[in-house]
Design a protein around this ligand. Structure first.
Ligand code: PLP
Length: 424
């Protein structure tokens, strides 16, 4: 039987034909028969990383041994890789360093920012954060607030009216506002410039988490006058599982910043081995201990996937992929019980879409079994990430059609798809 090709498929083909990023798919190693919609959780493997790791392990480690800290330039890698990331987030090359995890960096940045605000005025003793942010952010904010004896005010994520009133209610008592630009579940996005201005309007400092922003769309930290930022590198930056995180401090604050986790790599002269801590003059002062060198070098190689990429093209393609996805969900999945949690206005979202469904978990598992990989976030969210460097409009079309097939056949309800793994 020859079924007619749906017009939406032909449209996907046409959109791919004029895609300026189409050739970048070749910069990634992806298995055949997989449509990877989870780059918002763990990015795909870029070409060249495996070869670079082979060289690092067998030559630099195996042969060079400890000499490689100098001869293979391992030692400056946190700053060197920070400089690569700075280009993607609108920062200067000496404002970003790569180290530790996002959680640890958030702890360092929040503590330093609160101390900085209090050094200007002891009255500033309020920290605003989000109740329904990724949990580590809320846990970290509450532990920092407890340690420093400041009041933690929690607002609902992306509720701009609630944020505005919390900021104005705190007024001159507000020290720091700490938000994640794109919410991990809904995919809704803050306006970075307007929100940073709002925090600054009462004299507070602004901290952004860019986990779901970096590599997904243009981020303009310095144009927005942001004070501090953190983010991970294993999502849209494709650094690999558990890749080290990054940390940004605007140059104007670097001299006054104190790292609450002082360690020898933040010292101005680590190999002087003195007992008195003298911080490094620049962003290096935010380092603590020895870098996770293998992860750092894998990330450095992975970031070459972004060489010559115009982040405005990345944003345009992300919007186009998502518009097509939502349109197809509306058309093809009507009547199957799905909701769209992500804002439909493209300027109000990041590069992921969250669908809701009461059977979200088994549906996600059934979809993964068919090679369409997304993930699930309790209690009922199916998340799909759109990494524009390696996805096509045809991929999106196929993914939605696969989802429709699973719903039509009832395949999702097979008991094997209900069993929960440790990671969802
Ligand atoms: C907003 C946000 N912050 C932090 C993290 C993770 O922090 P870490 O890298 O310390 O595991 C995530 C992970 O998905 C996240 O979405």
């Amino acid at each position: 039987v020859n079924y007619p090709t749906p017009p939406s498929f032909l449209r996907a083909v046409t959109l791919d034909a004029s895609d300026p990023l189409a050739e970048y798919r070749g910069r990634f190693v992806l298995p055949d028969n997989v449509i990877y919609l989870d780059g918002n959780s763990l990015g795909a493997l870029p070409v060249g990383v495996a070869e670079r790791m082979q060289q690092v392990i067998t030559q630099e480690w195996g042969v060079g041994l400890i000499r490689s800290w100098n001869s293979a330039d391992w030692y400056p890698a946190p700053i060197r890789v920070g400089s690569q990331i700075s280009k993607l987030i609108g920062a200067d090359s000496d404002e970003v360093v790569v180290c530790d995890s996002t959680s640890v960096n958030l702890f360092k940045v929040l503590t330093s920012a609160l101390r900085l605000a209090q050094s200007v005025s002891t009255q500033r003793n309020i920290l605003i954060a989000e109740r329904d942010n990724f949990p580590t952010n809320t846990y970290t904010a509450s532990s920092v607030a407890e340690l420093l004896g400041v009041e933690l005010v929690l607002i609902d994520s992306i509720d701009v009216a609630a944020l505005d009133s919390a900021i104005h209610a705190a007024g001159e008592r507000l020290a720091v506002v700490s938000l994640t630009q794109v919410n991990y579940k809904s995919g809704a996005r803050y306006d970075m410039a307007a929100t940073t201005d709002l925090a600054h309007s009462v004299g507070a400092l602004m901290v952004w988490d860019l986990c779901h922003s970096a590599g997904a769309f243009p981020v303009l930290l310095n144009d927005c006058d942001v004070d501090f930022a953190v983010g991970c590198s294993y999502k849209y930056l494709n650094g690999g599982p558990g890749a080290p995180a990054f940390l940004f401090v605007a140059k104007r604050h670097q001299k006054a910043m104190r790292n609450p986790l002082q360690g020898w790599h933040g010292h101005v002269a680590p190999f002087a081995f003195t007992s008195e801590f003298v911080p490094h003059v620049g962003i290096d002062r935010m380092l603590t201990g020895t870098a996770s060198q293998l992860g750092l070098l894998a990330l450095e190689a992975a970031l070459h996937a972004f060489d010559d990429v115009d982040m405005n093209d990345v944003r345009s393609k992300s919007m186009s992929l998502i518009d097509l996805f939502i349109e197809l969900v509306d058309e093809e999945l009507a009547g199957y019980g799905f909701g769209v949690l992500t804002p439909r206005e493209s300027d109000q979202r990041g590069s992921q879409v969250a669908l809701t469904h009461e059977h979200g978990y088994p549906i996600t598992q059934a979809l993964i079994a068919c090679g369409v990989i997304g993930d699930f976030r309790a209690p009922n969210v199916l998340r799909f990430g759109f990494a524009p460097l390696y996805l096509s409009h045809v991929d999106i079309h196929r993914a939605v059609m696969q989802l429709k097939e699973i719903m039509e056949s009832g395949e999702w309800d097979d008991p094997k798809f209900h069993a929960r793994g440790a990671v969802t």
